[in-house]
Design a protein around this ligand. Structure first.
Ligand code: G6P
Length: 372
């Protein structure tokens, strides 16, 4: 009913709008006033954490993209090797697991069969499993050694939005907590990240308030056959997520690429008028990533692409090569997906609606897939 949708036409629109609150709730009480992580609820004792030699993240769909981003944060902040794998591939390749492996299973529903089977396999091999889950008491957290709940609230629309942002927050918290337990040197960068997390909800709100041009652009592209997405570093999984959303909702051909791979094949797809959405890394921080991306935008523009550029406030270097610039607030490099994903959700939702699709119930898809 309309009341359930909080006045929105679709649950998806409501859930996109709820993201600032979902992010804030997921952080609540988990960082103290001195900037220390307080995740006692995750009942893994420090000595066990200190013994971990490898982290493996397993998930499906949008949760897998959250896992891909988590890998960057975990390895950078903890220096513990981290792999991320599609849950449906994981157990069939005889993965190397032992009691010093920590497996993180990321799942909104907590009922995805592929993810459940992956974690059962991991536990049989003696690995410890931590669930990052949005549904209290669901099967995946019940069968795991420990759980960190995301607090997105019930997600009804099939395509995941607010759960994704909270999965990112939860994974950042796990990475920071892990680093803390292992005595990783807390440099200025990490201190800044902890401080920035407190502001991230307001930044998501700020993005949501500036989405009208994105919706207009989406409507203007509703008759296209394909949209490409490019990203680098943590922007790469964001590009994959943008493409997945468009497939799921608009039933359009869409693909996400690592921008550095363009020259190894995908650039052959770029022809006059093809819309390419580019997620541009911050020019601050690791600016080499930014500069490489600006070259990539030039390359595709020279081949006639219609460039839709998602760039930080103040990043003027992209302007000469962008047909459309979508501004996002400045964040630390690793946190950018929390703001950069939002315009892609809005874009896919609006484009799908313009094509007459029901974004809450896309064809052939289920909210939670309980078969392998
Ligand atoms: C289904 C949904 C996706 C979701 C995936 C994983 O395929 O349609 O939106 O990302 O399952 O779901 P989970 O509940 O494990 O996060």
């Amino acid at each position: 009913s309309a009341a359930e949708k909080g006045g929105y036409d679709y649950f998806m629109l409501k859930e996109i709008a709820e993201q600032p609150r979902a992010v804030a709730d997921t952080l609540l009480g988990r960082i103290d006033a001195t900037g220390r992580l307080t995740l006692d609820e995750v009942r893994i004792p420090d000595p066990v954490l200190r013994e971990v030699q490898k982290i493996v993240i397993v998930a499906c769909g949008t949760a897998f993209h959250a896992g891909m981003i988590a890998k960057y944060a975990i390895e950078h902040w903890t220096r513990v090797p981290c792999e991320v794998e599609l849950a449906s591939e994981f157990r069939y390749r005889d993965p190397i697991l032992d009691r010093r492996t920590l497996v993180i299973a990321v799942s909104q529903s907590g009922e995805t069969m592929d993810t459940l089977m992956a974690l059962r396999h991991a536990r049989e091999q003696g690995a410890k499993v931590l669930a990052v889950c949005n549904t209290n008491g669901s099967t995946i957290p019940r069968e795991s050694d420990a759980v960190l709940y995301t607090r997105a609230g019930p997600e009804v629309a099939v395509a995941s939005t607010k759960a994704f942002l909270t999965q990112l927050v939860a994974c950042y918290l796990v990475a920071l907590w892990f680093g803390q337990a292992r005595g990783t040197q807390w440099g200025d960068e990490v201190t800044a990240v902890v401080r920035e997390l407190a502001d991230i909800s307001a930044k998501v709100e700020q993005v949501l308030a500036t989405m009208e041009p994105v919706r207009e652009l989406a409507r203007s592209l509703s008759d296209r056959g394909t949209v490409l997405f490019l990203g680098r570093h943590v922007g790469y999984p964001v590009a994959l997520e943008g493409a997945l959303k468009l497939k799921e909702l608009a039933y359009m051909h869409a693909e996400g690429f690592a921008a550095g791979e363009l020259k190894h094949g995908p650039i052959a797809l770029v022809e006059a008028g093809v819309p390419v959405v580019v997620v541009v890394p911050s020019p601050r921080g690791r600016s080499v990533l930014h500069d490489k991306m600006v070259s990539n935008i030039q390359e595709i523009r020279a081949r006639g692409a219609r460039t839709i550029v998602i760039a930080e406030d103040g990043d003027e270097a992209v302007v000469p090569y962008a047909d459309h610039v979508v501004r996002i607030p400045q964040t630390p490099v690793l946190l950018q997906p929390l703001v950069a994903t939002v315009p892609l959700q809005v874009f896919a939702c609006e484009l799908a609606t313009a094509r007459g699709n029901d974004v809450d119930q896309p064809r052939n898809l289920a909210k939670s897939v309980t078969v392998e």
